[in-house]
Design a protein around this ligand. Structure first.
Ligand code: GAR
Length: 217
């Protein structure tokens, strides 16, 4: 079985990257992480990739005149490594519409909220400020608009009395680590199709896109 050659873009700690690396360590997993690119040289996620024996590259956005030039460098690196698919895993740069279109339906992101609510930065703080009783995370195909695109998998968690941003973020992050490998697996297995703004998951796992976590975990 040919595994889907996947590049991952990171900016920070890379715990979602770790979840993908752990999943891909199993030979049955239908995708492999072949390249990890960080826009920050000190991103701890780089060491996670190295430990897993995956090639890494630092492409610092500050070395490029504009977003288009930076994205062109990302694009060339991904193509040079023969990546067929890309996962954004805590990558904190906005990509240009041209990049999003070039990788349309081959580029996914994870966001720490139940989209379309709470787009943008500090999604967990936004959920708390809005008094949401349930929040969670979303894996979606990337479109030119920020934190928009067809939803593949969502995981929901309760917002508990007494939660601060860190407590809610940690509860959501645990679910992120479950749904990101799940979404990539469904795609690499060929079970995911995009029709307009919606995703269809076919086969026995048609309802796998909803992951609900009860208050007791
Ligand atoms: C995750 O919570 C991810 O959802 C979020 O950054 C964190 C990265 O953690 N991404 C965004 O907010 C993108 N808009 P990680 O580096 O440990 O995976």
């Amino acid at each position: 079985m040919a595994r889907l050659k996947t590049g991952a873009l990171i900016s920070g700690s890379g715990t979602n990257l770790q979840a993908l690396l752990d999943a891909a360590a199993s030979p049955d997993y239908p995708a492999e992480i072949t390249l990890v690119i960080s826009n920050k040289a000190d991103a701890p996620g780089l060491a996670r990739a190295e430990k897993a024996g995956v090639a890494t590259q630092v492409i610092d956005h500050r070395d490029y005149a504009d977003r288009a030039a930076f994205d062109a460098a990302l694009d060339s690196a991904l193509k040079a490594a023969a990546c067929e698919f890309v996962c954004l895993a805590g990558f904190m740069r906005l990509l240009t519409p041209a990049f999003a279109e070039a990788w349309r339906d081959r580029l996914i992101n994870i966001h720490p909220a139940l989209l379309p609510s709470f787009k943008g930065l500090d999604a967990q703080a936004q959920a708390l400020a809005a008094g949401a009783r349930i929040s969670g995370c979303t894996v979606h195909f990337v479109r030119p608009e920020m934190d928009a695109g067809p939803i593949i998998v969502q995981g929901a968690v309760p917002v508990l009395e007494g939660d601060d941003e860190a407590a809610l973020a940690a509860r959501i992050l645990e679910v992120e680590h479950r749904i990101y490998p799940l979404a990539l697996r469904l795609i690499a297995d060929g079970r995911v199709s995009v029709a307009g703004d919606r995703v269809r998951i076919t086969g026995a796992e048609g309802d796998a896109g909803a992951v609900l976590i009860s208050p007791s975990g």
